[in-house]
Design a protein around this ligand. Sequence first.
Ligand SMILES: Nc1nc2c(ncn2[C@@H]2O[C@H](COP(=O)(O)OP(=O)(O)O)[C@@H](O)[C@H]2O)c(=O)[nH]1
Ligand SMILES: *[C@@H]1O[C@H](CO)[C@@H](O)[C@H](O)[C@H]1NC(C)=O
Ligand SMILES: *[C@@H]1O[C@H](CO)[C@@H](O)[C@H](O)[C@H]1NC(C)=O
Ligand SMILES: *[C@@H]1O[C@H](CO)[C@@H](O)[C@H](O)[C@H]1NC(C)=O
Ligand SMILES: [Mg+2]
Length: 406
Amino acid sequence: MAGTQRYMRYIVFALIALILLFFISSSSSVPSAQWPNYTSETPADPVGKPELATASGAKDQLAQPTTSPNDAKTLPPAVVSGDRMNATFVTLARNQDVWEIAKSIRHVEDRFNRKFNYDWVFLNDAEFSDEFKKVTTALVSGKTKYGLIPKEHWSFPDFIDQDRAAKVRDEMKEKKIIYGDSISYRHMCRYESGFFFRHPLMLDYEWYWRVEPSIELYCDINYDTFKFMAEKKKKYSFVISLYEYVETIPTLWDAVKNFTTAHPEHIAKDNSMKFLSDDGGETYNHCHFWSNFEIGNLNWLRSKAYIDYFESLDHAGGFFYERWGDAPVHSIAAALMLQKEELHFFNDIAYYHVPFTHCPTGEQYRLDHKCHCNPSDNFDWNGYSCTNRFFELNDIAKPEGYEKEQ
Ligand SMILES: Nc1nc2c(ncn2[C@@H]2O[C@H](COP(=O)(O)OP(=O)(O)O)[C@@H](O)[C@H]2O)c(=O)[nH]1
Ligand SMILES: *[C@@H]1O[C@H](CO)[C@@H](O)[C@H](O)[C@H]1NC(C)=O
Ligand SMILES: *[C@@H]1O[C@H](CO)[C@@H](O)[C@H](O)[C@H]1NC(C)=O
Ligand SMILES: *[C@@H]1O[C@H](CO)[C@@H](O)[C@H](O)[C@H]1NC(C)=O
Ligand SMILES: [Mg+2]
């Protein structure tokens, strides 16, 4: 008897379970007609290339409730109208740099390039991975291009004595000189000094803006910096300047003097020697523009003057027998072979590359441009900066409040 009762209870439970199951499964097929569909025709974000941003769809948007409080209609125009310069961003990077360059791209896009959509050229001594290409293409608002560096631009020239170069690397390692024992760092410095502007992908452009992994931009840049360079007849620019580590360039100045003696025709009359030397060119004071940021003219780098200069330095051997950096190499060229009016200090490009910050002096400027740098981090008026010399040499008035940042 107790057995039958238990049996009946099982049947009742089973029936209830079946009925419940029926309701659950059928309710999921009830059409949710009262919910408007979210379609891509009513973009939450109309930001895009100019030709894509049209007024169509605006009416639909009014008719349907928005699904997000972040209403894009209140955003300022995303893309500046008008023509563009013949210009590109350029980055030398390894595949493993992908996430660090991704951060840099976000900064550049957010603060500048989303409004201008300039192209971006990536260069590498090895083939870029699919992941690198996918991630960077998704982040850049302009076209992206990926170039392989030819072997002959990333190897020891035949006139370099390999044993001598190897001995130097051992000695520098011993002395704990940063990158002192690195072969690849030397190839990188030589490539940036003499070859990046000659890569086939770069031949399509006249202007470049160099970007390295893990940099930051701290203020909005609301105008076309390339157009500024062209209109003001600028050829080379910087945001941070400082003294080079002497151990890496003991004979660089001698090599430069050999070049200027051999090619006096390449030296500009109204040059910036005062930035480089305190004794009229006898010795180098080690000041240089920090080349991890550069906006410059590629045709100048491709000129006979610059190529003669690079080849002269290259044959002197210091890229391998010492550890010459592309920063002093570019800087000395710009200071000696350009008119001083052709150099520009971009005070308005607030910038960070480990370990230095350029944060524009002047509170009102920083507020107006939505800057997020801490002014007390500004390196400009620090004793190790050479920017003060640039101001004095060019007779530029220092920004108000600079004394407080010294
Ligand atoms: N493809 C490639 N890029 C390199 C190599 N070494 C450095 N770079 C790039 O060259 C630039 C300078 O190198 P980085 O490590 O930032 O040097 P640092 O700024 O002087 O410390 C960066 O854009 C790097 O991504 C290399 O061996 N291969
Ligand atoms: C929502 O989309 C579905 C599938 O595309 C479609 O069948 C349905 O009719 C749409 N509903 C409305 C309210 O537009
Ligand atoms: C851009 O500049 C390069 C180098 O000067 C030149 O070869 C190219 O024709 C220019 N492109 C345009 C569209 O003007
Ligand atoms: C400069 O030229 C002199 C004379 O030719 C040479 O002895 C010296 O090694 C050169 N210096 C450098 C750094 O190339
Ligand atoms: Mg770097």
